[in-house]
Design a protein around this ligand. Sequence first.
Ligand SMILES: Nc1nc2c(ncn2[C@@H]2O[C@H](COP(=O)(O)OP(=O)(O)OP(=O)(O)O)[C@@H](O)[C@H]2O)c(=O)[nH]1
Ligand SMILES: [Mg+2]
Length: 201
Amino acid sequence: MIFGRSERGKPPVEPVTLKILVAGGFGVGKTTLVGAVSEIRPLRTEELLTEAGRPVDDVSGVEGKHTTTVAMDFGRITLREDLVLYLFGTPGQERFWFMWDELSEGALGAVVLADTRRLEDCFAAVDYFERRSIPFVVGVNCFEGAARYPEQDVRQALDLDDGVPLLLCDARDRESVKETLIGVVQHAMARAAERRQAVTT
Ligand SMILES: Nc1nc2c(ncn2[C@@H]2O[C@H](COP(=O)(O)OP(=O)(O)OP(=O)(O)O)[C@@H](O)[C@H]2O)c(=O)[nH]1
Ligand SMILES: [Mg+2]
């Protein structure tokens, strides 16, 4: 006999779905991060990096990189049976940044991935979310061979507000990425609660 979902004891739960952006500079590991946690085959829009793009596409530090995201990455992860995240990875190269406004529509929050070898590449992403008051955390993607700096130094270099969480992560590791995403959700929820309180007091 086939049992319907509701007959197996628990009533089906309609999950809350939240939209999270994964942003940061060129080649910092955004596509890798979405691919590491997505439970569906991630939608990717990769194009080959070409010889013609060499002067503008700085691959130093990620010499093994042959493709780049031209529109977005899309993935999904169920954090709890009642909480599903839709992940939107942004294109890293500045010439595709016109996509960001579209992608950030309705987003709960964002992860700005940073590579400590090229921190300046994520300044623009930090600025972008600060200006629009979109809650974000900074995820320092720990590439092998990259020097580890004290948290305070990284915060200072990025000129981060004290309230912005800085988390270490490995974009290739599912558990590590999951923790970072939980960090975004918690931070965004806390920010929303603060705002509600500010309105009612
Ligand atoms: N060693 C190491 N390599 C990584 C890590 N994360 C990503 N990579 C590699 O770095 C390269 C860049 O990763 P992508 O995920 O394509 O970066 P991206 O941010 O999506 O790049 P764009 O879309 O072009 O901006 C790939 O070759 C990855 O295999 C990491 O944590 N450690
Ligand atoms: Mg990408």
